[in-house]
Design a protein. Sequence first.
Length: 147
Amino acid sequence: MTTKQEIEILIVEDNPNDAEMAIRALKKNNLTNNVLVVEDGEQALDFIFSRGKFTDRKGMTHPKIVLLDLKLPKIDGLEVLKVIKENQETKIIPVVVLTSSKEERDIIESYNLGANSYIVKPVDFDKFVDAVKDLGLYWLLLNQFPN
C-alpha cells in the first residue's frame, strides 16, 4: 500500500503477528482497506505529521483512528500519544491503546495523556479478532467525526 492513499486506520505495532491479526480482523469484517502499519513510534509521528519518508502526505487527512501499542522501539507509545494529543491539529484523532500491558500505571498514564480507549490485547485469536472488529465498528461506523 502506498502512503499517497487516504489512510483510515494507522496501526502502530512492532509485533508483526499482532499487526497481521489486526489487519485480518478488519478485512474479515469489511471495515476498511486503507490500513497502514508502522513498526515504531518514530514512524507513527512521521506519518501523522507528514515528515521523513511520509512528506508526500502533506495536505492529506489524518487517519480516522490510531491503534497504538505502548511498548515500541525508538519512541514508546506513551510519548507518541502525548505528542498527538498536545498538538492542536491532531488532538482530535481517536487513539486507542491496544497493548498487552495490564499495568495500572500504564492505564492511568494513557488516559491522563488523552487516550480515547485502553484495551488489553486478548491472547486468544478469536477474542482478539472480536476486539478489533468491535473497535472498527465503533470508531469507523458509529462514532461521529467533526468535518
